[in-house]
Design a binder for this molecule. Sequence first.
Ligand SMILES: [Zn+2]
Length: 397
Amino acid sequence: MTRAEISSLLDALPVVSSHCHHAGADHHAGLTLNGLLGSSYAGWMAQPPAETHEARAAFVDRLATNTYFTWLSHAVDELYGRGPIEPGSWDAIDAAIGEAHTDPEHHYRLLGEHCRYRFAVQDCYWDRGHDHGRPDLFRPTYRIDSWVSCFAPGVIDHDGNDLWADLGLEAGSLVDYLDLLDDHIAAAKARGAVALKSALAYERPVSFDRPLAAPAQRAFKARPDAVSSDDVLAFGDVVFHHCCRAAQREGLPFQIHLGLGQISGSRPMLFEPVIRAYPGVTFDLFHAGYPWTGESAGLLHNYPNVVADLCWLPLISTTAAVRALHEYLDVAGSSERILWGDDTWTGEEAYGALVAWRHVVATVLTERLEWGLLRESHLEPLAEKLMWRNGAAVFGG
Ligand SMILES: [Zn+2]
């Protein structure tokens, strides 16, 4: 098969996305090009520009090689037909986006029709376990961060969630608190949750190695200015390990953000003791642990309860995603333990993320054919696994 034939095959396949933060109708209504950039990863890299040709030219020049921007520009070009994002096409793209989103279904159609999603696992960190009321498109994951972080009423997590106020929690003891956590996880599963999710790497190290009762008890409902950071971490470790036992009991995969975040504490090997301690839990290790994609490969090689998830990686670094996918195919005991997700807030960026993933898969499959690492008869079944079958299997059909 040629590269073009492989690309055509990938374009025609359905898709399962292991991870997204799709924003609701309110966000998409009245969307502008600057609004799209501002809610994309390109907006992390540079503030969307003022409405002058010079400002727009400087913005595009600055991000011209950045793969967050490159794939978003590519998506906008394909979806709206006004060219890539350049100063000269800016106003036409802006008008086309605004016009398209006067239809409140447009952002859902971008996922269902343009991306060909069977479903996406939706991480509504602002409303735990929510699916926008669209179970046809989204399967929720249940974010556990605020349970780990909010050791006392009034303490908020890194996304600004105030767990105790949000849920009206009344827990007299740490045991009560953990019982309530169990109840909320069971209820989320009953409402359709297909996984648990941790993004704690944005606020603390991913080593959860001091789940000690005494310091956790000291932190529970303590005044924030009167508790040590060690006790707060121990409280988080106790709650995190409780979540692992809940994942095992409920049969829910546990999605773990690794890499980037607070980069000093997010390397995948720091999480290895948890993987080893809970062989009955499937740990879905996100973002290939970038930049430590090789550490994720080692964990994938050694632990059958690990799934390597390249969600977000083709946008972070397309070339790193090509290297990582090659390596995961080399070492995985089964090619069924490799996933992808878009990890985006808008339909447009989700489409760009998918086009990036297709590029990565087409590149890797073409090279493996050339190198004799893949027989042609195995190519189509592997492509189906990478695009949707693996995600469907991990998250329940
Ligand atoms: Zn995410």
